[in-house]
Design a protein around this ligand. Structure first.
Ligand code: ZN
Length: 338
């Protein structure tokens, strides 16, 4: 079997030029599945909903890889096509994560060229909004028997030591409506909510020696019915980037329940990652698909590009970094396969 080397720039551009904003990944999935089949991979299209599917590929049918390369091919809005300027490749998803996907395919093809068949590819939809693709892939993973999962997100070609988790809480205040000319007859939910948010600022949140202190953002706030009405209700959504068990954060903010009710919206755990000697390491404040891929083996996190480029209006990635990443993915896989 001869395996042609992969042109990383051309593969990235082909993928970037197909709009795969989360929710409409169908066309990109079909193109990717055909591309991999055309190169001789055994490909499985794993249905996630009526129009969207994950693309799984193995060297041989049956698909029991020891090492799996994985990332996502959905993107945040807004779509814009690819272009190259000097060393930089621009386009939505160039950095997060279609360039990464191309580097992983290039690495997998290099390994296959060297006769290595214990590798697999797991390319997912829905990472940017709830990880529904990863959840389906995890369900179906049992029996595939992968030992290591090399997940790709922009880490500037450093190995992740750990990633922060997420805890989203909704704080709800209730009051009593009244005409604003007689405020003493009402009770302002907005005032109560503000008091709770001010109290939150003085609460000591848990920390971790590797990941640092938990921090948070009050990302959404709403309340009231009209300028001349004492507000009967108000709510705020707070997103914590956690560094330990989310239950510790829940305990720390429990005193706020004297003022507001606290509703649990979403939780993603912190993750500790496997490392390999010889690679630069770093911790990352964001979360990935990894917490939802527990059945795919011990996780590693590595990818070209910077998280500061991801999701920006003129997203781009360094071509030299993409090429270097392909080589480093090969080195990582070899170390894990030994
Ligand atoms: Zn990403």
């Amino acid at each position: 079997m001869t395996v042609e080397p992969v042109d990383i720039v051309s593969l990235t551009r082909s993928l970037v030029d197909i709009d795969s904003t989360t929710g409409r990944e169908g066309a990109a999935g079909r193109w990717l599945a055909d591309y991999l089949r055309g190169r001789g991979w055994s490909v499985e299209e794993q249905r996630v909903d009526a129009t969207r599917f994950n693309v799984l590929a193995g060297v041989v049918q049956g698909f029991s890889p020891a090492v799996v390369f994985s990332t996502h091919f959905d993107c945040v809005p807004s779509f814009f096509p690819s272009r190259v300027e000097g060393d930089r490749l621009f386009g939505r998803g160039s950095c997060d994560a279609k360039g990464i996907l191309a580097a992983q395919v290039a690495a997998a093809e290099q390994l296959r060229r060297d006769g290595e068949s214990r590798i697999g590819l797991v390319f997912l939809v829905g990472e940017e909004r709830g990880s529904d693709g990863a959840r389906v892939a995890d369900e179906a993973a049992r029996g595939h028997g992968a030992r290591f999962l090399i997940n790709g997100e922009p880490t500037d070609n450093r190995l992740g030591l750990a990633t922060r988790g997420i805890l989203r809480l909704k704080l709800r205040a209730s009051g009593r409506a009244a005409h604003s000319s007689f405020p003493e007859l009402g009770e302002s939910a907005i005032d109560t909510l503000i008091d709770a948010l001010i109290e939150l600022r003085s609460i000591a949140l848990p920390g971790d020696p590797v990941l640092g202190q938990t921090h948070y953002t009050v990302g959404l706030i709403s309340g009231g019915v009209a300028p001349n009405v004492v507000s009967p209700s108000a709510e705020a959504e707070v997103m914590f980037r956690t560094t330990s068990d989310a239950a510790e954060v829940r305990r720390a903010v429990a005193p706020l329940e004297r003022r507001v009710t606290i509703e649990h919206v979403l939780e993603v755990p912190t993750v500790r990652l496997k490392t390999v000697p010889g690679f630069e390491t770093a911790v990352f404040p964001y979360t990935t698909d990894i917490p939802f891929l527990a059945s795919w083996g011990e996780p590693l996190l590595f990818g070209p590009g910077s998280i500061h480029e991801a999701h920006t209006a003129d997203e781009s990635v360094s071509i030299a970094e993409l090429t270097a990443a392909a080589g480093q993915y090969v080195t990582l896989a070899r170390a894990l396969l030994e």
